[in-house]
Design a protein around this ligand. Sequence first.
Ligand code: 3PG
Length: 306
Amino acid sequence: MTKVLVATDKPFAAIAVKQIREVVESAGFELVLLEKYTQKSQLLEAVADVDAIIIRSDIVDSDVIAAAKNLKIVVRAGAGYDNVDLDAATKANVCVMNTPGQNSNAVAELVLGMMVFMARHGFNGSSGSELMGKTIGIHAYGNVGRNVARVAKGFGMNVVAFDPYAEAAIKADGVELFTDIKAFYAACNYVSLHIPANAQTVKSINYDLLNCMPKGGVLVNTARKEVIDEEGLVKLMAERADIKYISDIIPGNAAVFAEKFAGRYFFTPKKMGAQTEEANINAGIAAARQIAGFINNGDATFKVNK
Ligand code: 3PG
């Protein structure tokens, strides 16, 4: 029987697992669950005889691909697939997919939630500031960026965006388009990052770019820590006491922030942008359905490797 492994270091909500199981079993497959594993060896053991794997930010590297002798497909239940070795998958004839858009609203709500939290000084009772009338810049206008624009408009924010690949979508949504990245950062009280982590973007959010932000600028990162030049950000925050950083991913140099920048940063303890029942259900069910479609009908929609 076709075996589908759900391997999640950070588990889906129980209700999502129940619904994933229903989709998998009604396709005639068996579901195997590996949650909260702590060792790579547990994952290597669990993949040994499975045909398909559903993951979140779990690392599927060449060792995992090599250990999964029957593997045909890996679906990343979410947007970013920088945690999967695409070359190793392609060489082993394994299809890799993501589930674009399924957790976007959850991430967008967290963006605005963290912004309010910072603007109100962590709800410590002191006088803060409002989001209405401020400018938010959306750096990369994909599914999450578009949802951030929608929610930010609800707060009465002025929404602008930079994304050379999505200019038509930006204009269609009535969002102001910037084509010069430095002018874009200079125009924004808040910049919300939605770029993927890849060879072009790693460390691209650097000192020179962030230094363009106006007084009181806040950088919001629900993308990936790798896109930030962390040393450059620390240098900037040391020079400019007005700059703040909010992130859903703890940076490599978090101890420096704790030591030097109290009150000017906020990090979630564990990446939780997509950590809602709704997003878990949407992304998990989409992943299960995509596996059924691929194995039963050869449907390769959402394939991300060559
Ligand atoms: C994504 O790329 O979809 C988000 O970063 C969510 O990641 P997670 O499933 O590990 O929470």
